[in-house]
Write a protein that binds this ligand. Structure first.
Ligand SMILES: NC(=O)c1ccc[n+]([C@@H]2O[C@H](COP(=O)([O-])OP(=O)(O)OC[C@H]3O[C@@H](n4cnc5c(N)ncnc54)[C@H](OP(=O)(O)O)[C@@H]3O)[C@@H](O)[C@H]2O)c1
Length: 280
């Protein structure tokens, strides 16, 4: 199996990346990213909102890995969405990361002046400062709206996606426009019993793999990129050990049947959650 997929820009993107949400302590963040890079990860996912772009940048720099081998994603927070603010926010992210371009720049949430933000992001893309641009937490209605009003088709939509929330509706629209799904929260952020699910455990054991590995393999085997987060060296390595086995069609079908179509996180379908996120 290929270790990467091809974006609609023509660029390759690793199927497995390293997530950094809630790794706030700069030293822990730096050492976790360094461990991940040493373990073979080449994609690192951060965000302006995570407050750790500087630590991620230090790890990239210290790793000594050539820039062109890495795939770095960061995200624009809604308070900086808009014609006048987005470029400044992007430049500040680049500076904190110590980079002169990012591989993927995402709108973190579809709130605030999304149209102004995307206008600037299209420019950043054409200037080569963001090698690809995309979205995060854009459900099908918001994604469809953006597609109808702009020229550059997003390369990626990053959505909460895991065995309990498989996103078939979003995937259908994204496939039609050659947009890749990047799964955030592939373990449902530990908010459900996913990794203790009996069916998942039984399937994983038959391959000599952990439930976490089977849960990730289930996604990448369908062309969905995953960005699991861990600060634990053993689990960081475990989460990229996905390319020496393949789930059978029968096991894929059994895991597909576990879809509850329910979010474990803050879904935008609830206005109270939108208020919560905007107030963060
Ligand atoms: N776009 C967005 O709005 C958005 C939202 C959330 C997340 N994200 C991105 O997606 C990434 C992943 O999502 P997430 O961090 O929220 O949740 P996640 O990856 O689903 O789950 C992380 C949790 O799982 C634990 N864990 C990691 N590997 C494990 C393993 N092999 N076995 C058992 N437990 C394991 C981690 O603990 P330890 O650290 O102790 O191992 C942590 O508590 C984030 O880090 C971030 O980059 C994006």
């Amino acid at each position: 199996m290929q270790h990467s997929l091809t974006l609609n820009t023509g660029a390759p993107m690793p199927l497995v990346g390293f997530g950094t949400y809630l790794i706030k302590d700069p030293e822990v963040c730096k050492s976790s990213v360094l461990t991940a890079l040493e373990a073979g990860y080449r994609l690192v996912d951060t965000a302006q909102f995570y407050g750790n772009e500087e630590a991620v940048g230090q790890a990239i720099n210290e790793s000594g890995i050539p820039r062109e081998e890495l795939f770095i994603t960061t995200k624009l927070w809604h308070t900086d969405a808009g014609d006048a603010k987005t470029r400044l926010a992007f430049e500040a992210s680049l500076k904190r990361l110590g980079l002169d371009y990012v591989d993927l720049y995402l709108i973190h949430h579809p709130f605030g002046d999304v149209y102004g933000a995307w206008r600037v992001m299209e420019q950043l893309y054409h200037e080569g400062l963001a090698r690809a641009i995309g979205l995060s937490n854009f459900y099908p209605d918001r994604l469809q709206d953006l597609l109808l009003h702009f020229d550059v088709v997003p390369a990626v939509d990053q959505l909460e996606t895991h065995i309990y929330h498989q996103r078939l509706d979003a995937r259908e629209l994204m496939a039609r426009h050659d947009i890749r799904l990047m799964a955030w929260g592939p373990f449902s952020q530990g908010k459900t019993d996913l990794l203790k699910n009996a069916a998942l455990g039984e399937i994983a054991a038959r391959y000599g793999k952990t439930p976490a590995q089977a849960a990730l393999r289930f996604l990448i085997q369908q062309g969905i990129a995953v960005i699991p987060k861990s600060v634990n060296e053993h689990r960081i390595r475990e989460n990229i050990g996905l390319f020496d086995f393949a789930l059978s069609d029968e096991d894929m079908t059994a895991l597909k049947a576990l879809d509850t179509k329910k979010s474990a996180g803050l879904t935008h379908d609830d206005p109270a959650n939108v208020r919560r996120i905007v107030a963060l």
